[in-house]
Design a protein around this ligand. Structure first.
Ligand SMILES: [Zn+2]
Length: 235
């Protein structure tokens, strides 16, 4: 059994590396996804600002068209007033001109407000755009590095798996390997745990005294009653 534990420890050493490489292979694309989403959300913000700006510019244009029409009318009524001496008509034209002038000054105010808002949004948009450009540069760099890291990790993983395969072709009992591999999967890549005195070094629980005796006897695989890992004694 001591020999079996030695082989399992060798396997565990490889599997720890394999798990960490696999972790890296999962972590990198997740990190890429997270970064991409952050930039896409900024792009969405910029697009919203763009559509708000388009709306404001359209509004300004419409208001300007309305006021220029109103001004034309004022000029027309002014002309009509000069052509008549009829007091009723003059009073009516004067009233219409007053109303139009009031509308014009209101529209001018509206237009100014919209222009100020558009100016503010344009500044905001420039900041967002600059941030996007910066983010995209960093992202492109990350992606290049990531591709290189992933490729290296894939190569390392293949090497480790080949090494592992070789170790398993030894005279290791298939049942022992099964016990080991089940724990490996269930315990995030750590199937073995050293006993320090009576303490399991992985889960830090005390094991019953008879367990260390059974391990020392070395005739069977002994599992930690708490974390279920294969226990072994320090060499
Ligand atoms: Zn334990």
């Amino acid at each position: 059994m001591q020999e079996t534990i030695q082989v399992l420890l060798g396997l565990q050493e490889l599997d720890t590396k394999i798990y960490s490489v696999k972790d890296e292979l999962r972590r990198l694309p997740a990190e890429r996804e997270r970064r991409r989403k952050a930039i896409d959300s900024r792009i969405a913000t910029r697009d919203e600002l763009d559509s708000e700006l388009r709306r404001l510019h359209l509004q300004i244009k419409e208001v300007d068209m309305d006021t220029s029409q109103s001004r034309q009318k004022v000029r027309k009524y002014d002309g009509e007033m000069n052509d008549t001496t009829d007091g009723v008509i003059v009073a009516s034209l004067q009233h219409q001109i007053r109303t139009l002038k009031r509308d014009i000054s209101q529209a001018e105010e509206e237009s100014l407000e919209a222009m100020a808002a558009a100016e503010e949004l344009t500044e905001k948009r420039a900041l967002v755009e600059a941030q996007i450009t910066e983010d995209e540069t960093v992202f492109a760099e990350f992606e290049t590095n990531m591709k290189a890291e992933m490729a290296a990790a894939e190569i390392l993983l293949a090497e480790l798996l080949a090494k592992r395969e070789k170790r398993l072709t030894g005279d290791l009992d298939r049942e022992v390997v099964d016990v080991y591999e089940r724990r490996l999967d269930a315990r995030e890549g750590m199937a073995l745990s050293m006993l320090d005195g009576r303490t399991c070094t992985m889960c830090h629980m005390q094991v019953p005294a008879n367990l260390s005796v059974r391990i020392a006897r070395g005739s069977e695989l002994v599992l930690c009653p708490s974390c279920d890992r294969i226990l072994y004694l320090p060499q």
